[in-house]
Design a protein around this ligand. Structure first.
Ligand SMILES: [Zn+2]
Length: 393
């Protein structure tokens, strides 16, 4: 039997719970905190005083309520003062942002990423973006860490990007490269972009309150962030969720992973552009041009979009049968494909998935939009703070 937690451990757990609540839900009255956290008023007062003393929250009076009597004080996260850096490494783009406690993007930079750019070349570009942003950071602000969302398979233990079939990365140490360039001495956590985006939508987006969620993210390839029973499902080494490499056609088309017949050869960028007769084109703009042409009545583009939508429905029917999610979210290029072919997807899903698994499944687009990978990367960085708020700085 584990020994009962000490008073100090209980206090730290309660501090974490209070800070997590205002981080996720924003300004909250002491009265609401008392009810939600099931702690008495004097404990909430003491915890708030501790968090205020280290600059993580502030207290104030709420806006006029119109009710008589003394209003309950409101506890707010110090969103402008406590922040994390978030990075997103995508096939054609690098992004850096400063995200405040509470999840607001305070500042951001977007850069083009030439295909083939390695971690050692990407890190100075991202560090340059951070140095620009640092010029406007208040002097008393606290950076609690950094998180990176990467298109690729990320080793959980140390954040090494083992393989990014679409970025061309093999064993790329992006976290270490960024740490060396930045020199700001904060921990850097690396995660797969689909996992990280799912984490963000589950924490504060369309999937808040849902315990079983699949976030399907398309860049050039396709991956999934899976939440099962309220927990992120990333597998033994951190490589789970590579649904784009589910084999759907025996001896099918070659995939960038080296195998044949992977799902993403049909629904990813290359598959859709090939089907539309545009194999020489590439990039998000080229994909959007296909959807646009389909919209305007181009028969070949319409067939390509319909086929890809059918394949998308075919694959998610398998995911629905295996994981029984209550929500499927379509992010990145999968959002574009979902919006362009929702009828095919629904039809294929309804005919291929098991009735019981289909009963409560909702199909959604991301509430956080394209910011989900950045906000999720910041959430990775905030996790350490929320686990032990007094360890900050
Ligand atoms: Zn593959």
């Amino acid at each position: 039997m584990r020994p009962a937690p000490s008073q100090d451990e209980v206090r730290r757990q309660n501090l974490g719970a209070l800070l997590r609540h205002v981080h996720v839900h924003g300004a909250t009255t002491r009265a609401e905190l008392t009810t939600t956290l099931r702690l008495n008023r004097s404990t909430i007062g003491a915890l708030t005083a501790d968090l205020t003393a280290v600059g993580l929250v502030s207290e104030g009076t709420p806006k006029e309520t119109g009710r008589a009597g003394r209003p309950s004080l409101v506890v707010r996260p110090e969103s402008n003062r406590v922040y994390a850096y978030a990075y997103s490494v995508e096939v054609d783009r690098l992004r850096a942002a400063r995200v405040g406690l509470g999840g607001a993007v305070l500042d951001r930079r977007d850069l083009d990423r030439p295909r083939g750019l390695l971690a050692a070349e990407a890190a100075p570009l991202l560090a340059g973006a951070v140095k620009e942003m640092q010029q406007t950071v208040p002097a008393d602000a606290i950076c609690v860490g950094a998180g990176v969302a990467v298109c690729g398979m990320v080793r959980r233990d140390d954040g090494l990007v083992r393989l990014g079939p679409t970025t061309g990365w093999v064993d790329e140490p992006i976290g270490a490269a960024l740490g060396a360039e930045l020199g700001i001495g904060v921990p850097i956590t690396v995660g797969n972009v689909a996992d990280v985006a799912a984490f963000a939508e589950h924490t504060r987006g369309v999937a808040a309150g849902c315990d079983n969620v699949i976030y399907l993210y398309g860049d050039v390839g396709v991956g999934a962030g899976i939440i099962a029973g309220g927990r992120r499902l990333t597998g033994h080494g951190g490589y789970g969720g590579e649904v784009g490499h589910m084999k759907v056609v025996r001896d099918g088309l070659p995939c960038e992973c080296g195998a044949r017949g992977c799902w993403e050869t049909e629904i990813g960028e290359h598959g859709l552009l090939r089907a539309a007769g545009r194999s020489d084109a590439r990039g998000r703009e080229a994909l959007l041009a296909v959807f646009d042409a389909a919209d305007r009545g181009d028969a070949r583009a319409q067939t390509a979009v319909r086929q890809a939508g059918d394949w998308l429905g075919f694959g998610i029917a398998n995911l629905v049968n295996v994981f029984n999610p209550e929500m499927l979210i379509f992010g990145g290029t999968m959002r574009d494909l979902y919006l362009a072919s929702a009828a095919q997807i629904r039809s294929r899903l309804n005919s291929n998935a098991l009735g019981a698994c289909l009963e409560h499944v909702r199909l959604r687009t991301p509430q956080l939009g394209e910011d989900a990978p950045l906000i999720g990367a910041a959430e990775l960085a905030f996790e350490r703070l929320l686990a032990d708020p007094l360890d900050v700085g």
